[in-house]
Design a protein around this ligand. Structure first.
Ligand code: GLP
Length: 248
């Protein structure tokens, strides 16, 4: 595991975006050999998406042959709901670049067949052979995507129940009203991320992520902190900032 520490989130986001662009360009994707990426939502990756849009506008990168798989989606929210991860991805990123709609994959939070939705998603990821780059964030309690405490190393895409701390943390998007936060989500598993990705980049910003960062880097590998499984990946970079590193 490599650790990259930047002065702040803004500087780090720019560097990650430049790195992603260099990886796409180096790979030289074509329609039959696309660059496959895993993508997160949340406030941590927002600056990365802004920088990627700027680099796209400056003609430094094309997303024409990029395929994306988002990590998770709330169960029960339609894509038109501003708090859905569909809405987030299109408004913050996909609507501003030249990605093809058929290359965007996001779990359907309105599915009436959860098992089929999850197993098809897992199978579709596998059908590409390898995810070149999986970008992710961490919850304050160390979750990856919605792999909450107790998620196993072998977990695959599935329905998950959100723990109270996640509901409280994410209630900021519902005027701090926890009763409005969906209690279930669909999420890729730990195995989905670690066993299918050539490279994983995890962005961890802000003082509220200090403990999660510490566990990720030096914690004992345990399902209590799903982020610790990242230590087992052969090519994982954790990108962080001073405020997450310094306890205060
Ligand atoms: C949610 C998402 C995670 C994300 C986490 C942290 O719980 N399911 O994928 O990493 O929030 O979000 P933020 O970056 O806003 O702190």
């Amino acid at each position: 595991m490599k650790l990259q520490i930047y002065e702040n989130k803004e500087v780090a986001s720019k560097q990650v975006a430049l790195y992603v662009v260099s990886k796409i360009n180096e790979f030289g994707p074509t329609p039959s050999r696309p660059f496959v990426m895993g993508l997160p939502t949340g406030s941590s990756p927002e600056g990365i998406y802004q920088n990627l849009i700027e680099l796209y506008n400056a003609k430094k990168v094309s997303f024409e042959n990029v395929v994306t798989f988002n990590m998770d989606e709330y169960l029960g929210l339609p894509p038109s709901d501003p708090q859905s991860y569909h809405y987030f991805m299109y408004s913050k990123f996909f609507n501003h670049i030249n990605i093809k709609p058929e290359n965007v994959n996001i779990l359907n939070g309105l599915t009436d067949d959860v098992e089929a939705e999850c197993s098809n998603y897992e199978a579709k990821i596998k059908s590409y052979g390898e995810i070149q780059l999986f970008l992710g964030g961490l919850g304050p309690e160390g979750h990856i995507a919605f792999n909450e405490r107790g998620s196993s190393r072998d977990s695959k895409t599935r329905k998950v129940q959100l723990v109270e701390s996640t509901i409280i943390a994410n209630s900021r998007f519902w005027n701090n009203d926890t009763s409005k936060v969906p209690k279930y989500a669909l999420s890729v598993g730990i195995s989905t991320v670690l066993d299918n990705s050539k490279e994983v980049i995890i962005v961890v910003f802000g003082s509220n992520k200090h403990n999660a960062l510490k566990e990720t880097i030096e914690g004992e590998i345990t399902s209590r902190y799903p982020c610790t499984y990242l230590q087992e990946h052969k090519n994982c970079i954790v990108v962080t900032d001073y405020s997450a590193v310094n306890e205060d």
